[in-house]
Design a binder for this molecule. Structure first.
Ligand code: GLY
Length: 586
């Protein structure tokens, strides 16, 4: 048996005629600090905080509230998120779970119809009061401020940039205009949403128009004055419960007790070494860290050389994602309710066991020289396939969610992914308070048991947190942050971050090229490639020989990433050219 043999380049190595590659990513360089968010106004607000002596934690909080205003359909106070923070002084990475929780009235069959089949995902399952989870974002950021804030800013002060934008109005971007247009029917069903996001004639705000969010300004001002209790039990909390319980579609039964009981949890940071780098990301209830790291640990068994993106590598990158996704679907859920063998899943021993599930003998021959070893590996694979077939098809996903990457002058790093799930979440704005409630509970598996009646780990249940795919990550080199990265994109987030890490570490691409390069995602049922990448027929024909079903689709990533080059002392930041991300530093 030989390990890590160099690849024999037999695949036709093809330069991609990719239109994406020709796009210029928003790239920035700096020496001291960098902020990258999905919107220039959020980036600038965070940068202002840093310049005035705040740190990465403070800046991330300011950025989130501005994103709540300018990207109201993507994240905010009505949702939840995961915060991965490298505290430079303590030389420690902490992972905080601000995931939404199901109310105590939630039940395993809550998304099933009378005939036992799931309620169709769009628009019925995701809309209205039933899919709303108890929001975690506000308490999460209060905890971030309490534990990591610089002391320069009070928690209340960090709402101010967002209040100014909400009350004075802001210009609707093409991305927001597109989302508003896509979701106008859902928004139009609810008075609070219609009054905020649709004009008097019933049409949504268009690109370049000014949207004013007085209600959200009022929410932020009241929290400034009275603290977070007003949201988790007071006046705003009552309005949330009322919105959920009296929804004109899909009533839910969240109570004030559910809101009051919400708690942020510090989870054990999940990390693994990958080719000499250390990667830390968010563990359960996110499936991000374990799935990303399992895929990378399998890939680590192969010797990937920097070269042009080619069909052979794309097939291998996808195969390892497929295998990791099989384990994700089998094991991942809320760790407070189900045992998850996280350490095992990301171990080298597990990678050796699971690499056999690669379908193509050409890859296996690189690892198992002896033909008998290859045959027994393929036999093993056949057995494993039976045992571990994923239960579902590719999970329904959304281009929604938002990611914030920040590094400050002290070397603290924030990698924060934040969401209200679908574009405009549940479709419901809390009337008069200007924020959208999430539909995070649709991240639960709608079918709560397998064919033999055993509960699946991600079944809905009272007080449970639905499995996430958010993958806020920090890659370390010699103990210092090298890459800060994350993305939206539903369950495609994991593959999106995987592609970024492989392009940066294995292909050694510069950040702006890595972020623009075509992505290859596998979530268990097909190798998905970007329809906009204009892959050549020869490339696709070669790709089809590796045994994975192919699917062209518009991928939903919107990566915000930072790369810190300790040799040159330059910090690079780039927002995804597929979105409106913006990087700036100093
Ligand atoms: N709702 C997106 C995720 O948590 O993965």
């Amino acid at each position: 048996m030989t390990f890590r043999n160099p690849f024999v380049v037999f695949a036709v190595s093809l330069l991609l005629a990719a239109s994406l590659l020709n796009q210029i990513a928003d790239a920035a360089t700096a020496n001291k600090a960098m902020v990258v968010t999905a919107d220039d106004r959020a980036t600038k607000a965070a940068l202002e905080v840093l310049r005035a002596g705040g740190n990465a934690a403070d800046a991330a909080i300011a950025a989130q509230w501005v994103l709540n205003v300018v990207e109201p359909g993507s994240s905010g106070i009505g949702g939840g998120g995961f915060f991965v923070y490298y505290d430079a002084a303590a030389d420690q990475t902490v992972t905080l779970d601000g995931r939404e929780k199901a109310p105590m009235s939630a039940a395993p069959g809550m998304f099933l119809r009378e005939d036992g089949t799931p309620v169709p995902f769009y628009p019925d399952r995701i809309t209205g009061g039933l899919p709303v989870g108890v929001p975690g974002a506000l308490k999460l950021l209060e905890e971030v401020h309490r534990r990591f804030g610089s002391g320069k800013y009070s928690f209340a002060a960090l709402f101010q940039p967002a209040i100014d934008l909400a009350e004075n109005g802001f210009t609707v971007t093409p991305r927001l205009a597109g989302f508003l247009d896509d979701e106008k029917d859902r928004l139009g069903r609810f008075d609070g949403s219609r009054r905020l996001f649709l004009k008097a004639d019933g049409t949504p705000y268009r690109e370049g128009e000014t949207l004013i969010m007085t209600g959200l300004g009022k929410t932020f001002r009241l929290i400034q004055k009275e603290g977070t209790g007003v949201f988790y039990g007071g006046q705003i909390g009552k309005a949330i419960v009322d919105t959920v319980q009296t929804a004109v579609f899909n009533r839910g039964s969240m109570t004030l007790e559910d809101l009051a009981a919400y708690e942020v949890v510090e989870r054990a940071a999940v990390s693994a070494d990958y080719r000499g780098f250390k990667i830390v990301s968010m563990g359960p209830p996110s499936s991000g860290a374990t799935t990303l790291l399992e895929a990378l640990k399998i890939l680590e068994l192969f010797d990937v050389r920097p070269r042009e993106i080619n069909a052979e590598d794309a097939a291998l990158f996808s195969a390892v994602q497929r295998i990791a996704f099989e384990d994700r679907n089998k094991w991942l859920g809320d760790p407070d309710f189900t045992e998850i063998p996280a350490a095992r899943l990301i171990s080298e021993a597990h990678a050796w066991e699971r690499v056999r599930a690669i379908r193509d003998g050409r890859f296996l021959k690189k690892l198992f020289e002896d033909v008998n070893d290859v045959l027994s590996a393929l036999e093993e694979q056949a057995k494993m396939e039976k045992l571990t077939r994923p239960s579902g098809i590719a999970a329904e996903d959304s281009p929604n969610t938002s990611h914030i990457s920040i590094v400050d002058e002290q070397g603290n790093a924030a990698s924060f992914t934040t969401t209200i799930e679908a574009v405009f979440g549940s479709g419901m704005v809390v009337e008069g308070w200007g924020f959208v409630l999430n539909n995070e509970l649709t991240d639960f598996d709608p079918i709560p048991a397998d064919g033999e009646g055993r509960a699946v780990p991600n079944a809905p249940g009272p007080g449970k947190r639905p499995r996430s795919s958010m993958t806020p990550a920090i890659v370390f080199k010699d103990g210092k942050p090298l890459i800060i990265v994350g993305s939206p994109g539903g369950s495609a987030i994991i593959g999106t971050v995987f592609n970024m890490i492989v392009y940066l570490l294995d292909y050694q691409m510069p950040l702006d090229k890595a972020i623009a390069a075509p992505r290859f995602i596998h979530r268990g049922d097909a190798l998905e490639y970007e329809s906009s990448a204009n892959l050549s027929p020869e490339f696709l024909s070669e790709l089809s020989t590796y045994g994975e079903a192919l699917r062209s689709r518009r991928l939903t990533g919107n990566v915000q990433a930072i790369y810190i080059d300790s040799t040159t002392r330059l910090i690079y930041g780039a927002g995804d050219p597929r979105g409106e991300g913006f990087a700036e530093g100093y």
